[in-house]
Design a protein around this ligand. Structure first.
Ligand code: URA
Length: 438
């Protein structure tokens, strides 16, 4: 096989075989295929597309390029949830203890935050002493004993994807649905879960800004997952404003705890219950998603999800006192409000700018080596559709540095559009994609 011929074939709009795709992925990963040929191939994919078989072949070749995690030492159906990334997205912290308290194992490898989105691993470090780097045997042991462990990614998952993504990033070849879907799914498939529930965010704070693109991505990922024997569901959720009201690190953990205590924001609860329902249903713990939702709701009412969170925090070396009193989390020293500069209704929020406000305060990472301040962040007071009067607080900001506070306030205000006419109500969930379709 010659890479030149395969580039030419794709350029002509023809489909490649599984062997040809595998040759390309393996050859590029090993360094035999140079960047310039891979770039030409990726551009041809962007222009001519890939069919279902090609996309699955690419996903599997990338998944198999590194460690394929074997979770067989964990008893029960292993279920994973993955979000395409959003602002204020603390659903993992809410749904993992709920699902685990019902006996379904959650063995999660999570990431750190980068840019305008946060990461579960950073947030969990808000619990003093909490370790996100426990040894593999303890990880398995914890999941078997109490059904929940969350660690940072240490395994060498899908290195081919890492190398291909770095090239896509500089050759304007990121925005192709087949390439994005195979990139995300290669890592999920290598992580070993049998059931995968995807939270595909849509809107101004999401990777996919339009609903049509989000549906196409969800459909492509569900097709790949089910095509390789992993039961896969995708929930398309709103990211035209942050989820819940808290954005930052310990402030988001506090909001997740409040939700498990039964007084969290309605959108966060709804999205967490919906994703969790598909996790339970996929694990055959409930015979319908409606029944699964009832079971999950009960874990909040009877306190079992909150107790599971405390048990999990202790098992990973953390101080669980904040689970019962969130005032224990360290506080930022400067607290100020961002106020509306006119009367009207909040009609638009540029959500990635809200994420950037938290980053400017010190709560996010500009580069992967940045040190983050877990105590800073913001609490949103006015969301889409809310009526405001000039001078009303739109949000409360928490900082430890006056210059950062000043820059963050300007950034926050510029993310809001306030207009005289009340907008249409927003949805939390736009649709669910299963193997039967949307
Ligand atoms: N996230 C990924 O992991 N891969 C992509 O291609 C895009 C977003």
């Amino acid at each position: 096989m010659r890479m030149y011929d395969l580039i030419n074939k794709k350029k002509s709009g023809l489909s490649l075989t599984k062997e040809e795709i595998t040759f390309i992925v393996n050859g590029f990963t090993s360094g035999e295929i140079p960047d310039y040929q891979m770039s030409a191939f990726l551009m041809a994919v962007c222009l001519k597309g890939m069919n279902k078989e090609e996309t699955i072949a690419m996903t599997l070749a990338m998944a198999k390029s590194g460690d394929m995690l074997d979770l067989s030492a964990i008893e029960g159906v292993k279920v994973d949830k993955h979000s395409t990334g959003g602002v204020g997205d603390k659903t993992s912290l809410v749904l993992s203890p709920m699902v685990a308290s019902l006996g379904v194992p959650v063995a999660k490898m999570s990431g750190r935050g980068l840019g305008h989105t946060g990461g579960t691993i950073d947030k969990l470090e808000s619990f003093p002493g909490f370790s996100t780097a426990i040894p593999t045997d303890k990880f398995f042991d914890n999941v078997n004993k109490m059904k929940l462990a969350i660690v940072g990614q240490t395994a060498n998952l899908a290195p081919a994807d890492k190398k291909i993504y770095a090239l896509r990033d500089v050759t304007a070849t990121v925005d192709n649905i087949s390439l994005i879907a195979s990139s995300i799914m290669s890592k999920k498939i290598a992580s070993g879960a049998e059931v995968i529930v995807l939270d595909v965010k849509t809107g101004s704070g999401a990777f996919m800004k339009t609903l049509d693109d989000s549906i196409a991505l969800a459909e492509a990922m569900v097709e790949i997952g089910n095509g390789v024997g992993r039961e896969t569901y995708a929930v398309i959720t709103d990211m035209n404003q942050p989820l819940g009201r808290a954005v930052g690190n310990s402030i988001e953990v506090a909001e997740a705890i409040e939700t498990l205590q039964g007084h969290g924001p309605e959108d966060l609860l709804d999205v967490s219950l919906t994703l969790g329902s598909y996790m339970l249903y996929g694990a055959k713990k409930a015979d319908s998603v409606e029944k699964a939702r009832e079971m999950l709701t009960k874990t909040i009412e009877d306190g079992s999800a909150l107790n599971k969170l405390a048990e999990f925090v202790r098992a990973q070396g953390g101080d669980d006192s904040a689970v019962f009193d969130t005032n224990v989390f360290p506080k930022a020293t400067i607290i100020e409000e961002v106020c509306a500069d006119r009367d009207g209704y909040v009609t638009k929020i540029v959500t990635d700018e809200i994420g950037m406000t938290s980053l400017v305060l010190g709560g996010g990472r500009e580069t992967k080596d940045s040190i983050i301040d877990l105590s800073v962040g913001l609490r949103i007071q006015k969301k889409l559709g809310d009526q405001v009067k000039k001078g009303d607080a739109l949000a409360t900001l928490y900082a430890n540095d006056a210059d950062k506070m000043k820059a963050a306030k300007e950034r926050y205000l510029s993310a809001y559009t306030i207009e005289p006419v009340k907008p249409e109500p927003t949805k939390h969930i736009y649709g669910i994609v299963t193997k039967e379709g949307l």
